[in-house]
Design a protein around this ligand. Structure first.
Ligand SMILES: [Zn+2]
Length: 416
């Protein structure tokens, strides 16, 4: 073990090597254990029809939305490729991501056309390919987003399957909190509750439902994405279910509740899945929640960049809060850099700097590759500042810190 303090001039090289070698835990994705078959998306066409790129391509398309969505997946991919890569330079983060991914896989889209690239992907075996992507991304575990309300996903859980140990589960309960009017009927069909009335029997039925699914999935945490209008306290259905069912269940199971506030669903319904927007959430509501339930653990990532500073300050006040990731619209280098720097400066190492939010397997390659570069840049700057303050660091310490920021701090928080 090398315990020498690194000289100032060696810091950039060592930090970027260590950050690029550190295996990350990817704690929020929309990927699936390969046992889910076609639910696990991967390959060129899925990379190109990613909803981030669909939204961007419509900046240039001159035909109606419905016309695009009536095309097959490969035709949609061709239209997007033409608009975003051929007719314009692919500078946006989501476009660059496709190129970083192809490049890491040894493919050259400047020399190969879509047909020959597709051929290459068609020759891959999905199970081996998952391993290759994780290896290139240096990701050791992937947390899925799993919903018992999803009609494609539920039967797989109910039937049972041999788990791939690299994939962990998170129990996602959006319909329970956001669509009670229709959701209660399902819970009633499944025999958990008798009516939509929010009384003691209903809350205990919901808790039984949560505990059955937590067990079935071996869920690591419960999670929900919330609109910017979420307020606490409140007598809304959403808040009452959180207070009387979700939080008691999480306490009993010893699991964190992950909150993802800021999504405005269907800002432009014509864009379908690509039509969601964002707004600043009310962080004071979350502070009241953390204060009122000190026995509960909360994970939180906010969608609006305007919430990030107050979120870091909240994390200084509440050690039952763990801040994680640069989510969705904040997952661009300029904002990742700002957020990472702010987090390190305000809450040090007790944070998970990034998650991929990948929806297509191959995306872990670029999402982690791009983030690691930014993280290394910010960390280098911080170690240089320490060095100037007379605090030398060793490569061992940098390795410890990088591990902490890419999963270790999350694990310690969950184990608390
Ligand atoms: Zn997500």
């Amino acid at each position: 073990m090398n315990t020498d303090f690194l000289p100032l001039k060696e810091l950039p090289g060592v930090v970027s090597r260590v950050v690029s070698e550190t295996e990350a835990m990817d704690i929020h994705t929309h990927l699936y254990d390969p046992a889910f078959g076609d639910l696990l998306l991967w390959g060129l066409d899925d990379l190109l029809v990613y909803h981030y790129l669909v939204a961007e391509a419509f900046r240039y398309f001159d035909f109606p939305h419905d016309e695009f969505f009536s095309l097959s997946k490969s035709q949609q991919a061709e239209r997007i490729w033409d608009a975003l890569f051929v007719r314009n330079s692919p500078i946006s983060e989501a476009c660059r991501g496709v190129l970083t991914t192809l490049n890491a896989l040894g493919l050259d889209p400047r020399k190969q056309d879509l047909a020959s690239l597709r051929n290459w992907f068609a020759g891959q075996d999905p199970r081996d390919y998952v391993g290759r992507c994780m290896e290139l991304a240096k990701v050791k575990s992937i947390c899925m987003t799993n919903s018992p309300f999803d009609d494609l996903e539920r039967p797989v859980w109910e039937k049972g399957f041999e788990r791939d140990p690299r994939f962990t589960a998170a129990l996602s309960i959006d319909p329970l909190l956001r669509e009670w009017e229709s959701c209660w009927k399902q819970l009633s069909d499944w025999g958990y509750i008798d009516s939509a009335d929010l009384n003691e029997a209903t809350f205990s039925g919901i808790r039984r439902f949560l505990s059955d699914w937590t067990e079935k999935m071996d869920a690591r945490f419960l999670m929900v994405s919330l609109p910017p209008t979420f307020r606490y306290p409140d007598e809304s259905v959403c808040v009452r279910i959180i207070r009387e069912a979700i939080l008691p269940h999480c306490r009993e199971a010893g699991l964190p509740f992950a909150l993802m506030p800021g999504v405005k669903r269907g800002v432009n319904p014509l864009l379908r899945m690509a039509g969601d927007g964002l707004a600043k959430c009310d962080m004071e509501s979350f502070e009241r929640l953390f204060a009122e339930f000190p026995q509960n653990k909360f994970l939180l990532t906010a969608l609006s960049s305007e919430n990030q500073h107050e979120l870091c300050v909240a994390a200084r006040k509440f050690n039952n809060l763990h801040v994680f990731g640069c989510w969705w619209f904040t997952n661009i280098p300029s904002i990742i850099e700002e957020m990472s720097r702010m987090r390190l400066e305000l809450i040090g190492m007790s944070v998970t700097l990034q998650h991929s939010d990948a929806r297509v397997m191959d995306q872990v390659i670029y999402k982690w590759g791009h983030s690691r570069r930014v993280i290394a840049k910010v960390l280098t700057e911080k170690y240089e500042d320490l060095n100037r303050a007379g605090w030398g660091v060793t490569e061992e310490e940098i390795r410890r810190d990088a591990g902490q920021l890419m999963g270790g701090a999350y694990e310690a928080f969950c184990a608390k």
